[in-house]
Design a protein around this ligand. Structure first.
Ligand SMILES: [Zn+2]
Length: 191
């Protein structure tokens, strides 16, 4: 791993960017649905998760009450500190983690207003509802990644409002896509 003063981008980022670009057209903001994209190489996993904020917070408007602020804080902390996928042995550790949420406070999370403005205009007749996504970017180091083809994710357990989790992955074993139904945490990398 080269050491530079800028953010280190491991090789799989290139792969993930390709996946992301191809998935963009398919992405629709639909409550109950979330997406997870994985790019694996060696012990390294680059992942991106995308979900309507509604699935993770229970609301999408700007947090106003104390309870809403606490819900945001708790969700963003969990998303920042928890590897969103893991091996069966739980070996994965977080190397980098970033959460993008439009109404994040000054605690280091990104603010991202631009891309949601169109949606807000489209929904201007629905009262206070404006749609909002949360994105998570993580780089994981998983020492036993290569030894098995089963992975787990606790996203659905943590956020039961996620009814369908669509997973796309790419790595040494090939690439594939699958959908996790509620209550299922384990999935297999079968091309
Ligand atoms: Zn929404």
């Amino acid at each position: 791993m080269p050491s530079t003063s800028t953010r280190i981008l491991p090789l799989p980022v290139l792969l993930l960017s390709a996946l992301t670009a191809s998935a963009e057209n398919l992405t629709a903001h639909q409550h109950g649905q979330a997406e997870l994209q994985l790019a694996m190489a060696g012990q390294s996993v680059e992942l991106m998760a995308m979900s309507p904020a509604h699935n993770l917070l229970g609301f999408e408007h700007e947090p106003r009450t104390k309870a809403e602020h606490e819900a945001v804080e708790a969700a963003l902390a969990w998303l920042t500190e928890t590897p969103l996928i893991n091996t069966l042995s739980g070996s994965c550790g977080i190397q980098t983690s970033e959460v993008h949420y439009a109404y994040a406070g000054d605690d280091g999370h990104d603010a991202h207003h631009g891309e949601h403005e169109h949606q807000e205009h489209e929904h201007h007749n629905s009262g206070e509802i404006s749609h909002n996504d949360i994105e998570v970017f993580q780089t994981l180091n998983c020492p036993d990644l290569a030894s098995g083809s089963q992975l787990v994710t606790s996203l659905g357990e943590q956020f039961p409002a996620i009814e369908h989790l669509d997973i796309e992955w790419a790595g040494p074993k090939g690439q594939g896509a699958l959908r996790l139904e509620p209550g299922i945490t384990e999935f297999s990398l079968k091309p």
